[in-house]
Design a protein around this ligand. Structure first.
Ligand code: SAH
Length: 395
């Protein structure tokens, strides 16, 4: 039953990193079913960890526990209880009824994402291991949260690496026919959990949207990659002079218009314009037209899912940041983000610095931003810190 590692390949496990790559494995003494639980043993025969087995993934095993203990329903109940307790200590629900309840490796459950939208949970299973336990997770989530409605959005591309097909649909209870309306800092957003990106909304940017609101008063704002208008609505509700929202998705922009209408008491619709198009092209067009803004937000999709994409992605990040620096007025603010796992915070800052240099401008960082605290980062799994943000002021 156990999997034996090559000599000296136990080091990452001793540092409690939860991944074992195929190349670290010396010997598998039988054919394990996809997602089944296996023991990881050092070349000297010592127990190292108990893990889920992914037969076709390069990440061949992901650790459930470093202790010799049973991995069963009660084990996962304790993990889910800890994740809930962590959110309770953070008082996440003071500002919202939509937040991440389980953040995979960082909550000790590799492969499992669970987001809460009011009284519906959206579950995303990304690995063979989380797939193996999915029904148990659904039962436990219902038992521990009291929420009976669970929708599955296991349609992320990374499942392919695990040999898993996309699965979407109701796992437990019912879900509303219409979109779910959530609150975020007293603003409302309609979320389409069935067709929206990820599980429906970019929950990780919640406090960054709030931060934009705090600086938006009297500014002309350009929100690039706006999706359903999160940053735009926070800016408008907090006194922005104008907001121009750009996205290539017509569906996202349609939902943005709905969201503006939902917040009509606080959000003056006449100050807002949406524009469907490609940000790379539009920024160039705006530069050629000598347009300028007091605040620009750049929140692009993941250009570099892994380090292998870093070089090409770096060029794309530099391109949009350079153009943004050109379009900013003096003391204008740039909120710039990268959610790419393949680009770390130091590299991202270098890219933004070289963009400012090539734009011929000075700029100062006034804040470093990251994902919200409902997306925690295990100290032993630094990959969990995927969202980087800089607030720069043009000098
Ligand atoms: N800031 C948003 C999330 C942005 S997600 C929020 O807070 O909710 C990234 C968005 O970029 C998606 O909506 C996607 O449709 C859009 N997008 C991807 N490539 C694009 C491109 N080249 N030009 C314009 N929009 C693009």
């Amino acid at each position: 039953m156990p999997i034996t590692l090559n000599p000296n390949r136990e080091k990452s496990l001793l540092r409690r990193h939860p991944w074992i790559f195929a190349g670290a494995i010396h010997h598998v003494d039988e054919t394990h079913a996809s997602g089944s639980t296996v023991d990881l043993i050092s070349s000297e025969g010592h127990f190292l960890a108990r893990a889920s087995y992914s037969p076709i993934s390069q990440i061949r095993a992901r650790v459930w526990t470093f202790i010799d203990e049973p991995v069963d329903k009660e084990f996962f109940r304790r993990k889910i209880q800890s994740a809930i307790a962590l959110r309770n200590t953070q008082h996440v629900t003071r500002n919202t009824n939509a937040y991440r309840l389980i953040h995979a490796e960082s909550d000790g459950i590799p492969g499992l994402i669970v987001d809460r939208y009011d009284d519906v949970l959206v579950l995303q299973s990304l690995t063979a291991g989380s797939e193996f336990w999915k029904e148990t997770f659904a039962d436990l989530l219902a038992e521990e949260t009291g929420i009976q409605n669970i929708y599955e959005r296991s349609d992320a591309d990374v499942r392919e690496l695990e040999g898993l097909k996309p699965i979407v649909g109701i796992l437990r209870g019912t879900i509303p026919d219409s979109k779910i309306t959530i609150n975020e800092y007293n603003l409302k957003f309609n979320v389409d959990i069935q067709h929206g990106h990820k599980t429906g909304f970019y929950l990780d940017q919640r406090h960054n949207r709030h931060r934009v609101g705090e600086f938006a008063k009297d500014r002309d704002v350009l929100n690039c990659f706006c999706y359903t208008g999160g940053f735009s609505i926070h800016a408008l509700a907090n006194g922005a002079k104008s907001v121009l929202s750009v996205d290539s998705s017509a569906d996202a922009l349609a939902l943005l218009e709905e969201n503006i209408a939902l917040n009509r008491v606080r959000v003056p619709a006449e100050r807002h314009t949406s524009r469907e198009g490609d940000v790379f092209q539009l920024l160039r067009k705006f530069r050629d037209e000598n347009r300028s803004f007091d605040m620009i937000i750049l929140d692009p999709p993941k250009f570099a899912p892994t380090a292998a994409h870093a070089e090409k992605a770096s060029r794309a990040y530099k391109d949009i940041n350079l153009l943004a620096f050109k379009l900013l007025r003096h003391v204008g603010m740039l909120f710039t983000y990268s959610c790419s796992g393949g680009i770390d915070a130091a590299l991202f800052q270098k890219i933004v610095a070289s963009a400012a240099l090539d734009a011929g401008t000075d700029a100062t960082i006034i804040e470093h931003l990251s994902q919200g605290s409902d997306h925690p980062v295990s100290l032993h799994f630094p990959e969990g810190a995927y969202l980087k943000g800089l607030v720069c002021v043009k000098g």
